[in-house]
Write a protein that binds this ligand. Structure first.
Ligand SMILES: Cc1cc2nc3c(=O)[nH]c(=O)nc-3n(C[C@H](O)[C@H](O)[C@H](O)COP(=O)(O)O)c2cc1C
Length: 217
């Protein structure tokens, strides 16, 4: 492990982070930095480690122009250096669990059968149990961990982001051909550099006081 970040440095970056309304369209995230943020997405934890997601990075400006009207015309969609559409795998079930078990066996160098009990437990819980009744919501819960991870990781690297729920998921699914892949756009994140005249960036953070939000018992 590298030397941990000092608490003050962490807080400085989290206070610097804001949901950017206006990106500088002339600035691009360097490839190595972007690659690190993609790795951060991959490293996101999920329940059982199941990773019921796909992250679609929309590089084409032409496609991003198409997404703009389906995004309440929020300019971040086009002006940011990078745009990620965070998608759930719809109706996640036994197939997804099997794919994960296979991957775990490969990574850990064990026989897939040695994971049978673990597999059955996940199937009972996620594919057949109470979670399966609202499986797309469960997957979306996992996906929002990825969103948080991406935003915080970016802030630590001095990269701006804007999380975006103000968009029309069915239109995204159609424009990006997501339904055919069994995916559903759930939340979007633009990343890049704030414009010098983004007036919201300079404003104070509106948060409830710590003592109201954190309760000790
Ligand atoms: C899930 C989610 C969706 C959001 N959707 C939008 C959005 O569509 N457009 C936007 O400008 N900001 C959006 N925001 C930003 C929030 O308004 C912002 O995070 C909040 O006001 C706190 O401000 P701060 O992030 O600058 O500290 C979203 C935030 C989250 C977490």
């Amino acid at each position: 492990m590298n030397a941990p970040l000092a608490p003050d440095s962490l807080l400085a970056q989290l206070r610097w982070r804001c949901a950017v309304k206006k990106f500088d369209p002339s600035r691009t995230i360097a490839p190595a930095t972007w690659r690190a943020l993609e790795e951060a997405l991959v490293l996101t934890p999920s329940s059982y480690g199941l990773q019921p997601w796909k992250f679609v990075v929309v590089e084409s400006k032409a496609v991003r122009e198409q997404l703009l009207p389906a995004s309440w015309n929020q300019r971040q969609i086009v002006d940011a250096s990078h745009l990620v559409v965070l998608c759930i795998q719809k109706h996640f079930g036994a197939d997804g669990i099997d794919r994960f078990v296979k991957r775990m066996a490969t990574v850990r160098g064990v026989a897939p059968e040695s994971l049978d009990k673990f597999r059955s437990m996940m199937v009972r819980d996620v594919a057949e149990g109470a979670r399966s009744w609202r499986i797309n919501d469960w997957s979306a819960n996992q996906l929002f961990i990825a969103l948080g991870n991406l935003m915080t990781s970016a802030a630590l690297l001095g990269i701006d982001t804007c999380p975006i729920e103000g968009f029309e998921p069915p239109k995204y699914d159609q424009i990006l051909g997501l339904a055919a892949q069994g995916l559903a756009a759930t939340v979007v994140c633009a990343a890049g550099y704030r414009a010098a005249d983004d007036k919201y960036a300079a404003g104070p953070k509106v948060r409830f006081p710590l003592d109201e939000v954190i309760e000790r018992r």
